[in-house]
Design a protein around this ligand. Structure first.
Ligand code: FES
Ligand code: MG
Length: 576
């Protein structure tokens, strides 16, 4: 067999393009209407560019340009690029929450890859959910895959000050207390989001970009290059080239995503002060690729890793500064003694080979393990009768004095109840109380929105209170901060103890000992449980129905129960 034919035979796409007769005609003829010459169908790895471009996902609105750079890289390396869209999830516009659709977008991604003649795929990810959904979907097919992130926005500039999306929460508190006018807040909008890219702090999008790099799913440096920086296009081009090589090397996703790679990602996330959403997305990805990972691993593996990156919301700086300081490579280099260094990455080399000489240009932003920026751990999992399966919190973004705290519960039954009463001057609430918000979990909302860092009562803000313990089964934006206990599992809508909390109950949070207890007797809880009735489904048809029926609890990653594992890349039957 000629060398070219041999290669052709081995390619997955040859099941479509290297056919004769009716099938070959159908698979090629319509592609040819796009101006593709005959020789392109012979022996060239077909690389999908999976694009989440959308004007409804503003963080990804520059992805047409980015896809062009990937395309040029694929062509340069001898591949055949084909760009295709999948459902794009914009964090800021989608109601009731983009998280509701993460699993749906992952199904779109999975089926789009499997059903088409793709030998490899480049995933274009940006805004929060676009990364986990695409990676989850690709895992379930398991062909050679590389991620290109869209990159963070430039740092916002507002009236002479650096600002970011993390200031949204501060601005809105200031408007509540009358320190800032509504007009001034509106002026800040355009100053905060002033360039292409995703949120400019270590929020969830940046956390996800760091996650893919630390898992080994992207080229080094991918996590932090700002979206408008020319080097973002360069890494997109190089990733396109690399995707072609990965097909030639038969490097599938599961070759990269080992248990060790997940352990590395957890440690790196701790060092960067990544978003609490990291937990839920990494668990879901592990579930798809078939790696055994559980919520306690996050606590165990992060024990000895300090926070070494000084970025908002845990610190002071922005993603742009992080990139100039050396970016994620400098962090990984500092952590190498703690990591599994032989893990192979999408770059084709090991973690050790890639990161051993990474420079750090600014120790104020990226510190060392010996002299860390903060010694509070980045993530803690607390358990107790209020959260038997665990709840997540971020000590590095919390108030240290509140990490051990006992207080009276002020309970809101759902988000409407919270909105109706939180700013009521007659609300019975004091600064040492604990705010409890129910029914904002995966089933309860549905989709587990980012409301867990619920705003404080206006009357306490006026007294100068800046933080309180807040407990819910919802999530918190990665850009947010505060002493928020999140992802409580089982959730209230699933009959968790959270559903049984009443006004005035005493709750004890003890983060150093990883505990959260509701001080109510078992007998009384048993009694309340008997009186508890589940809420009806939000909808009795469509995706919402499917989601509520099948979504798993947060401690398992909130994936759909029937989506666990992978179905591989083989499709036996033809279309005509
Ligand atoms: Fe898209 Fe923050 S809203 S990354
Ligand atoms: Mg977010």
């Amino acid at each position: 067999m000629a060398e070219e034919d041999k290669k052709d035979k081995e390619l997955r796409s040859s099941e479509w393009f290297n056919r004769t007769g009716k099938d070959g005609f159908i698979y090629r003829a319509w592609m040819k209407k796009q101006g593709i010459p005959k020789h392109k169908f012979k022996g060239k790895p077909v690389i999908g560019i999976c694009n989440t471009w959308s004007e409804l996902t503003p963080c990804n609105s520059h992805f047409r340009d980015l896809a062009q750079s990937v395309r040029e890289g694929i062509i340069e390396a001898g591949g055949f690029p084909v760009e295709f869209p999948v459902m794009s999830l914009g964090e800021t516009l989608m109601k009731p929450t983009a998280m509701l659709y993460r699993n749906l977008a992952s199904m779109d991604t999975e089926e789009s890859i499997r059903a088409n003649p793709l030998d490899g795929v480049v995933l274009l990810c940006g805004c929060d959910k676009t990364t986990p959904s695409l990676v989850m979907g690709a895992c379930s097919v398991d062909i050679p895959t590389i991620v290109v992130s869209g990159g963070p926005m430039l740092t916002g500039k507002f009236r002479g000050k650096d600002v970011s999306i993390s200031d949204t929460w501060r601005f809105s508190d200031k408007v509540k207390t009358g320190e800032m006018s509504t007009e001034r807040m509106e002026e800040a909008e355009a100053c905060t989001c002033r360039s292409d890219g995703h949120c400019a702090v270590m929020g969830t999008a940046s956390t996800m970009a760091c996650m893919v790099e630390s898992l080994g799913l992207s080229l080094p440096g991918n996590a932090a290059i700002p979206a408008p920086d020319a080097r973002r296009k360069v890494i997109a081009h190089m990733s396109g080239m690399r995707a072609v090589e990965m097909v030639e090397e038969e490097q599938n996703l599961s070759d990269i995503l080992t248990r060790e790679a997940f352990e590395n990602a957890i440690k790196v996330n701790t060092a960067i002060g990544g978003s609490t959403n990291f937990v839920i997305h990494l668990l879901a990805i592990a579930g798809r690729i078939g790696v055994d990972l559980d919520i306690d691993d996050f606590d165990k593996l992060s024990q000895d890793i300090p926070l070494i990156v000084n970025l908002q919301p845990s610190g002071d700086y922005f993603m742009e500064d992080f990139y100039y300081a050396g970016g994620l490579p400098a962090v990984i280099k500092e952590l190498l003694p703690e990591l599994h260094t032989n893990e192979i990455t999408a770059a084709g080399e090991s973690m050790q080979e890639i990161y051993k000489d990474a420079p750090n240009y600014n120790e104020e932003i990226i510190s060392s393990r010996d002299k860390p920026f903060k010694s509070e751990v980045g993530l803690a999992i607390v358990k107790g009768n209020l959260s038997e399966n665990g709840a997540v919190m971020k000590p590095s973004a919390a108030t240290p004095e509140l990490l051990q705290h006992k207080g009276r519960a002020v309970v809101f039954e759902d988000i409407e109840d919270y909105k109706a009463r939180i700013n009521d001057p007659d609300l019975d609430v004091k600064k040492d109380d604990i705010l409890v918000l129910k029914n904002v979990g995966p089933k309860g909302y549905p989709g587990m929105p980012e409301v867990g860092n619920m705003g404080l009562p206006a009357k306490l803000l006026e007294q100068g209170v800046t933080d309180m313990v807040r407990i819910s089964d919802g999530r918190m934006s990665g850009t947010a901060f505060g002493t928020a206990v999140l992802h409580t599992s089982p959730e209230s809508a699933d009959g968790g103890t959270l559903a049984l909390v009443k006004n005035g109950d005493i709750i004890e949070l003890d983060v150093p000992n990883r505990k959260i207890e509701l001080h109510v007797s078992d007998e009384e809880l048993e009694k309340r449980k008997k009186e508890w009735e589940p809420l009806p489904f939000h909808m009795d048809r469509g995706y919402w129905y499917l989601y509520q029926k099948h979504v798993q609890q947060a401690h398992l990653g909130a994936d759909l129960d029937f989506m666990q594992g992978k179905s591989g890349s083989t499709v036996k039957r033809d279309s005509h």
